[in-house]
Design a protein around this ligand. Structure first.
Ligand SMILES: NC(=O)c1ccc[n+]([C@@H]2O[C@H](COP(=O)([O-])OP(=O)(O)OC[C@H]3O[C@@H](n4cnc5c(N)ncnc54)[C@H](O)[C@@H]3O)[C@@H](O)[C@H]2O)c1
Ligand SMILES: N[C@@H](CCC=O)C(=O)O
Length: 595
């Protein structure tokens, strides 16, 4: 009796009449009551609460104008005064405990290298291990925190960053990373706030996207988010405060616990982000602040069986080192560690003979020299056709580069400040000396450097005759632009060259008004850039508008600034809940009844 009623109920439900299906089930369950020892007597209810969201805050933060006398300028001036005159003592923070021990180190202002703005401590291996243990413990608890609660913290943090602490974020980024006010704002203001607010919005969208449950009275299917079991190491670069915040806190939003190793040369701004997240209500231990010597940190985290992921942005060489360490120890981990790495670039501007020259020149100057070329997306190789070069392009390009003023970032007339540190200065000097000694390279602008007061490098333009030169092939990460002038009749050959000349594939732009060429360019450069621009510069991706990342040696292309990025830090669990009993094993066609 019972199985027939059960299958009848299923059939009715499949036909869409849920109410009748339930009535049939009720009859079935009453006939079943006598055999309660085999099965439940009535349908059960769902025990899994799947949170649903309706309000998604998906909008970009407005960039203020910073006009003289404006409120934002007054606030900024005050904050700059404060951070210039108070050397902050930054601790290691593990599970809320502030630790001030280990090798003492200082962060200086790159444009005034004698001026210290922060003192911090390198965690030794034992301290890194302590942070790992604390993170692994915390993850179990944090992962049970409802999404709604986490999202509230992120939205509160975005508000704190927008209002109360915006000037602090900007000032610490300007002084510590030598950014002009506008470069600091598009990074530690707008982009950081966008990451924090929009990632919370993306999580709501993702959580709403639940699997099919065609017979919800009988079976409910759900997908629930789990953080990565163990800990995630966020290893972050100097050049974007926003990247530090995104790399450390997006895994946390998704239920992971994190060891954040900030860059030595972005310590003060990254510490400011950490403090804001703490004030917003993030429980202790979810993100642990662990400055350390890179190699010690890399060796220690990859030696832990609990390593669940590495969220890295920085140079290709460092990422490869980490990948190799993980590969060597793959048999020791409890999970397969997720490896997320956004790395270097050698980004191109390709000028077609039909291009609007004025735009192409202006966009190239901005892309190559804003923040002294220290964006992974900066244009560092320019291809110009012979038909435009001497007659229209070369003069304005050189003139504009020579016109750029560089110096202290507090002087608003300066286009950029200093490069980040002595290492960077010496690397750039190496490239410039190489081209000075190479008869196949001509310096068209700049080429002078000074590290007396700070690490200053003039905007430098180098024309190369041979595209195999290191200066047009390797990442320099400084204000050095290489130009190759191609014969108009060699268009096809040059396209090929642009595509294959480097190992990177991060960003690239084409400038043209010829539509058929632009359509062709979309195909030709499909794998040459993760972020591709038409008649726009290769820098300046906006969260939610141009999700960011490149392939080949430029990284794992996980596209920060869109919902897919969040999924890298989630290990989903599919849950099927069945509300009706199954008392027997037979199918109707078997024509068997229960005893
Ligand atoms: N693709 C992107 O989205 C993106 C964005 C920003 C910067 N970048 C790239 O970042 C680089 C510049 O940043 P950087 O100079 O800070 O890079 P970096 O590789 O020198 O350092 C990045 C981080 O790795 C740490 N580190 C160094 N050696 C380590 C090791 N052995 N183990 C573990 N950690 C180690 C550093 O201390 C720092 O925190 C450029 O190559 C740039 O193109 C890429
Ligand atoms: N997302 C930034 C680059 C970040 C890397 O340095 C841009 O698009 O310019």
């Amino acid at each position: 009796m019972w199985p027939r009623l059960w299958f009848a109920a299923r059939r009715t439900a499949i036909q869409g009449n849920a109410e009748n299906a339930l009535k049939t089930l009720t009859r079935a369950s009453s006939s079943q009551a006598k055999r309660a020892e085999f099965s439940q007597s009535k349908p059960t209810k769902s025990v899994l609460n799947v949170e649903k969201f309706t309000d998604f805050q998906l909008y970009n933060e407005e960039v203020p104008q910073f006009l003289p006398g404006s409120k934002e300028i007054k606030n900024l001036e005050k904050a700059l005064e404060h951070y210039e005159n108070n050397c902050e003592d930054i601790p290691i923070v593990i599970n809320g405990k502030e630790i001030r021990k280990g090798q003492e180190t200082y962060q200086v202002m790159p444009h005034r290298k004698g001026h210290k703005i922060a003192k911090y401590y390198y965690a030794d291996n034992a301290t890194i291990e302590e942070a790992i243990r604390a993170s692994v413990e915390k993850q179990k608890e944090w992962d049970r925190t409802p999404l709604t609660k986490r999202i509230e913290i992120w939205e509160r943090a975005a508000d704190l960053m927008t209002h109360k602490y915006r000037a602090d974020l900007l000032a610490t980024t300007m002084l510590g990373q030598s950014k002009t006010v506008i470069q600091a704002e598009i990074d530690s203001g707008a982009e950081l706030i966008d990451f924090v607010r929009m990632n919370a919005g993306y999580l709501k969208q993702l959580a709403n996207d639940q699997p099919l449950s065609p017979q919800p009275e009988i079976t409910k299917n759900s997908l629930r988010f789990r953080g990565l079991e163990g800990f995630v190491a966020a290893i972050t670069p100097f050049n974007f405060t926003a990247i530090g915040g995104n790399l450390a806190y997006t895994p946390a939003l998704m239920g992971c616990s994190v060891l954040w190793k900030p860059s030595d040369t972005a310590m003060l701004s990254n510490w400011t982000v950490f403090k804001i997240m703490r004030e917003a209500g993030l429980p202790d231990g979810v993100v642990n602040f662990v400055p350390a010597i890179g190699k010690n940190f890399g060796d220690t985290i990859t030696s832990s069986p609990d390593l669940a992921g590495i969220n890295f942005t920085g140079s290709t060489a460092t990422f490869k080192t980490l990948w190799k360490l993980v590969g060597d120890k793959i048999d020791t981990y409890k999970n397969y560690p997720r490896l997320i790495g956004e790395c270097g670039g050698k980004n191109f501007h390709f000028i077609h003979p039909s291009a609007n020259v004025q735009t192409a020149v202006a966009q190239t100057i901005r892309s190559a020299f804003e923040y002294g070329g220290q964006k992974c997306s900066a244009c560092s190789r320019l291809y110009v056709p012979e038909s435009l070069w001497e007659s229209q392009f070369k003069g304005p390009l050189i003139e504009k580069a020579k016109d750029l003023q560089i110096g202290d970032v507090r002087d608003i007339g300066n286009f950029y400040g200093a490069v980040i540190d002595e290492n960077s200065y010496q690397r750039i000097l190496g490239f410039i000396n190489e081209v000075k000694n190479d008869p196949e390279c001509t310096i068209l602008a700049g080429g002078n450097l000074s590290n007396l007061k700070g690490f200053f490098v003039e905007p430098t333009i180098v024309q190369v005759k041979d595209t195999n030169k290191r200066v047009i092939r390797d990442e320099i990460f400084g204000p050095v632009l290489s130009v190759y002038v191609y014969k108009d009749s060699d268009l096809d050959k040059t396209i090929d060259l642009v595509r294959t000349a480097t190992k990177y594939a991060l960003t690239g732009s084409v400038f043209a008004t010829d539509e058929s060429f632009l359509k062709r360019a979309l195909e030709e450069f499909k794998h040459a850039a993760g972020n591709f621009y038409i008649n726009d510069k290769s820098t300046g991706a906006v969260v939610g508008q141009q999700p960011f990342g490149g392939a080949r040696q430029s990284g794992t292309n996980d596209k920060a600034g869109c919902p897919f990025y969040l999924m890298r830090f989630a290990s989903m669990q599919a849950v099927k809940e069945t509300f009706v009993p199954l008392p027997d094993v037979y199918y109707p066609y078997m024509n068997k009844t229960n005893n």
